[in-house]
Design a protein around this ligand. Sequence first.
Ligand SMILES: C[S@@+](CC[C@H](N)C(=O)[O-])C[C@H]1O[C@@H](n2cnc3c(N)ncnc32)[C@H](O)[C@@H]1O
Length: 220
Amino acid sequence: MSVRDTIPCCTKIFVAPCIWAWLRCSTCPHDIRNKALVSEAERIIGLYRHHAQALAQNRGDRLIETAWLDHFINLLPSRATVLDLGCGSGRPIDRYLTEHGCKITGVDSSPEIIAMCKDALAGVEWVVADMRALSLGQTFDGVLAWDSFFHLNHDDQRRMFSTVRQHAAPQAVLMFTSGPRDGEAIGSYKGEPLYHASLDPEEYRRLLTENGFQVEAHVN
Ligand SMILES: C[S@@+](CC[C@H](N)C(=O)[O-])C[C@H]1O[C@@H](n2cnc3c(N)ncnc32)[C@H](O)[C@@H]1O
């Protein structure tokens, strides 16, 4: 019996490309580098809370992901329910999905960001929660994690696939962004370190298969 036979949610998945530089510090001893990266990963939630207004302003209303979102929408049933993990300000992505008939549940760890969502977009369920501990007791036709998984460390990302599976209705569609290969990278926002990580595409594939997903498209 294959893994998929044992799992009721046969799910399509897109992995969209993500453009950011991978940094490897060849001069740092491995353990020191790892400790530094772990603490940067832990600071992500605080950083987004602290800079909520600025981040929403920077994101603005310019939608550059239309092609991806249209692919996603085309795979969904009409009036689909969509769980957006790390939804940010809800603009412009959740607004676009709502305009296309989706019923959104947006989850973000920042109460400041969710407060902005409530002001900006009606008819959406907004939830303040850490996606790593999410257990809504509901399933969705679509799950989106756009530029949000990549702020979780490797082990947290690995665990997210069973969390997604718990929230996925049969035939649900998952779309998320990742880096191009295994690694960690520190960007910068307003002078503060901004942590990113990615698993290797092969590991994503394995985790997806183990959790009942079929890869519909993976774009590098
Ligand atoms: C780069 S923003 C992307 C926002 C939105 N998806 C978009 O594309 O406009 C990353 C978002 O993920 C949220 N986030 C980071 N870690 C999270 C976590 N562990 N649980 C829930 N949200 C998280 C941040 O608060 C932030 O709003």
